[in-house]
Write a protein that binds this ligand. Structure first.
Ligand code: ADP
Ligand code: MG
Length: 699
């Protein structure tokens, strides 16, 4: 009998583990549902009575699905998500229990904040922090627990998480974008930023992974000679997906769909064993939560398939690392995508206004965009020949560039006073929406109806980047609106403003090859910042212009910026420290003993050959090489050991991070190259852990 594959009806189970709009509309009394909608739309506080009804419905829905616990789910500065589980049980007078969940428990949770990094914002004696429900991101069920997305603050009001600033930035952008839209006669009342983050990852076999302490402790390989084959044949990109990987992707999609995550595209990436998963875009806040959840599910599902999902930015030297492409746009509550060039003159010029505002934002705050993607892991990518360079620039594409040139020279502006909007009438209607001649080397590329910011690291949350992106664009729009709102010659003034802004900021536009060495010089001539590493980028968070920007919009206070800088630099140092300790451990306990063992085997062979009167030049040569390398490795161990010990007395976070980069990290590199050479000189069956060839080609 022919066995047909199990037919699945995806719409039947899509979002079945999410307390989403539909479920709420079904389960909540009409007035409660409407109150919630108002809260979500206008950001108003929720009545406790209303919250009680919602909490109770949420609990009933969850309990019916076998749920026993709930957790406020938040995103502290660690970059990971955090949760504390409470059960629904509540004792009754007659000694039984009932399942209960109050509005108060839904809205606000207490959490001991003392163990989360705050960058010095909060002393441990005032350890309490609280989590507050974010009704704009839906609650969901995972592992028999109801997850409630929340923001995390200290009792003194400082924000301690990544969600709060993102929500603020979305609000700020909406307000300024609406001011601009009004000028064009739009009736929209809210603008939402949208994000579709494409996620890259590696899969390795769990049994091999378990034999490598570096992968276990740091997520990347700290040693490993290159395999004879890497990505040079370009055969993996979009190549056939292996059965085991395919099974993983199928299972992953299913789990993500249940959680209402719109997983859409899956394909092989450039490096062997590297893949990508792209969901369909949604509002920035939900996208950030879903991306965090997605990363967790990716790892979890991999384990079920005997695989480990590596989200580190650079698991393997010598092949591409993994990033995250942040596709970003803005759309109105009337469904208009503001980065869609549109077909009518009004839409065209409105589009150009937003576009020029973005050019200005990216040029003025390139430092912020750069530091929003800075991490120890991402330092391996940015600037290396695979990811976009550390220099932030915008790619427009030929057609759009031609339009901007025409705008600047005044060619396309025939400012007839009688008609409503004439700017661009002739040039724009045939605007190509499918910008297929993609420039993959640009960090910030226009791709037809959105921008794609490609510099993000694969393991990072997208919150920080989007907080910054929204705020800097809001700033341009605010300046534009301030100038234009009281203008008596709107068309004329708008034209002047766009031309003037473009002239001033076009240096950030670069349509050429971002990997080319000449771009680095060219960018320097243009005065564009090039912060090669996290340590160079991070301190600019608190530059005066940046403090002013964030304070003027109440997204961050200076104190909060300071604390974030410290927390991130501290994290950088800790990551390198863990890597150094792991290297030392592997070098001392696994690699050096291997060198010694092989050298003594060779010595024995030399002796036996001598007794037998045989030529032993080969053994002698090998033994000498292995001994030399082992000696060098031993010296490298001593050096790194003392560097790590000395790091302890650096109390200034920036100084400490610099030390880790300049001293510790560079010594790690030298130690690695010695060990990798030793690997190539030792028999395969003696090498103490799986090689690059094993890890990348035996999936
Ligand atoms: P690519 O060729 O880069 O894969 P796609 O058009 O398939 O391009 O889109 C990539 C990502 O961009 C997807 O996650 C998609 O949902 C997202 N995206 C598309 N339109 C928008 C938008 N208006 N705002 C934000 N993200 C978007
Ligand atoms: Mg893309």
């Amino acid at each position: 009998m022919i066995e047909y594959g199990r037919v699945e009806n995806v719409p039947d189970y899509f979002g079945c583990n999410v307390f989403n709009e539909d479920t709420m509309r079904d389960m909540l009394p009409k007035n409660v549902y409407q109150a919630l909608v108002r809260t979500k739309k206008l950001g108003m506080a929720l009545d406790i009575d209303v919250a009680d009804v919602i909490a109770s419905a949420m609990k009933d829905w969850a309990v019916a699905r076998g749920v026993t616990h709930f957790t406020h789910w938040f995103h502290p500065l660690t970059g990971f998500s955090a949760e504390k589980h409470d059960s629904f049980i509540s004792p009754t007078v007659d000694g039984r229990v009932i399942m209960e969940f109050s509005g108060k428990e839904l809205i606000k949770g207490e959490s001991d904040a003392s163990s989360f990094p705050s960058g010095g914002l909060r002393a441990t004696f005032e350890a309490r922090g609280y989590t507050a429900w974010d009704p704009t991101s839906p609650a969901f069920i995972k592992d028999n627990t109801l997850y409630i997305p929340t923001a995390f603050c200290s009792y003194t009001g400082e924000i301690l998480d990544k969600k709060t600033p993102l929500l603020r930035s979305m609000d700020v952008l909406s307000r300024q974008a609406i001011r601009i839209l009004r000028l064009f006669g739009s009736t929209a009342t809210r603008v939402t930023t949208t994000v579709g983050p494409e996620q890259e990852y590696f899969l390795v076999d769990k049994k091999l992974y378990d034999q490598r302490k570096d992968l276990i402790f740091t997520g990347r390989t700290l040693f490993g000679a290159k395999a004879p084959r890497g990505q040079e044949l370009d055969d993996h990109y979009y190549g056939n997906i292996k059965d085991r990987v395919h099974d993983y992707m199928t299972d992953l999609d299913r789990e993500l769909w249940k959680l209402g995550i719109l997983a859409k595209t899956e394909h092989n990436e450039v490096a062997p064993a590297q893949h990508e998963l792209a969901p369909i875009f949604t509002s920035s806040n939900v996208a950030a939560d879903q991306n965090a959840l997605m990363m967790e599910i990716m790892k979890k599902v991999a384990l079920k398939h005997g695989l480990v999902c590596l989200l580190h930015e650079k698991p393997f030297a010598g092949v591409n690392g993994s990033g995250k492409h942040n596709n970003w746009s803005m759309s109105t509550d009337e469904g208009e995508n503001l980065l869609d060039p549109g077909a009518s003159p009004r839409e065209n010029i409105q589009f150009l206004t937003f576009l020029v505002a973005i050019v200005k934002a990216v040029d003025e705050y390139a430092d912020l965009l750069r530091l929003s993607v800075a991490s120890a892991g991402n330092d391996h990518r940015l600037g290396a020949n695979e990811a976009p360079p550390a220099i932030i620039s915008i790619f427009m594409g030929d057609e759009l560039q031609a339009i901007l040139d025409a705008l600047e020279t005044g060619e396309m502006i025939k400012a007839g006073e009688s008609q409503e909007f004439e700017i661009g009438v002739e040039a724009l209607p045939n605007f190509p929406k499918d910008n297929t001649d993609r420039n993959r080397t640009s960090p910030f590329a226009f791709t037809g109806n959105k921008f794609e910011f490609r510099s993000l690291g694969s393991a990072d949350t997208i919150s920080c980047t989007n907080t910054i992106l929204n705020t800097i664009v809001a700033n341009s729009l605010r300046e534009f609106a301030d100038k234009l709102e009281n203008s008596r010659h709107f068309k004329h003034d708008l034209n002047d403003l766009l031309v003037e802004t473009l002239k001033k900021h076009k240096r950030v536009i670069f349509n050429g090859n971002g990997y080319d060495a000449s771009w680095v010089e060219e960018a320097a001539r243009r005065g564009l910042p090039n912060y090669i590493s996290t340590v160079d980028a991070m301190p600019h968070y608190t530059d005066e212009k940046n403090v002013q920007l964030f304070e003027s919009f109440r997204v961050y206070t200076q104190k909060e910026l300071r604390s974030r800088t410290d927390a991130l630099l501290e994290n950088y140092s800790k990551v390198i420290n863990i890597e150094a300790l792991t290297m030392l451990d592997m070098a001392k306990k696994q690699i050096l003993p291997t060198g010694i063992r092989y050298a003594s085997e060779l010595a024995k062979a030399i002796k036996m050959k001598k007794d037998a009167g045989l030529d032993r030049s080969l053994e002698t040569k090998l033994a000498n090489k292995v001994t030399e390398l082992s000696n060098a490795l031993s010296d490298a161990i001593d050096k790194l050991d003392s560097l790590v010990i000395n790091a302890c007395d650096k109390s200034d976070t920036e100084e400490c991070a610099r030390y880790y980069r300049d001293e510790v990290f560079s010594s790690m590199q030298s130690m690695r190259s010695i060990a990798d050479e030793l690997e190539m000189s030792v028999p395969e069956d003696m090498w103490p852990f799986p090689t690059y060839g094993d890890l990348m080609f035996r999936v």
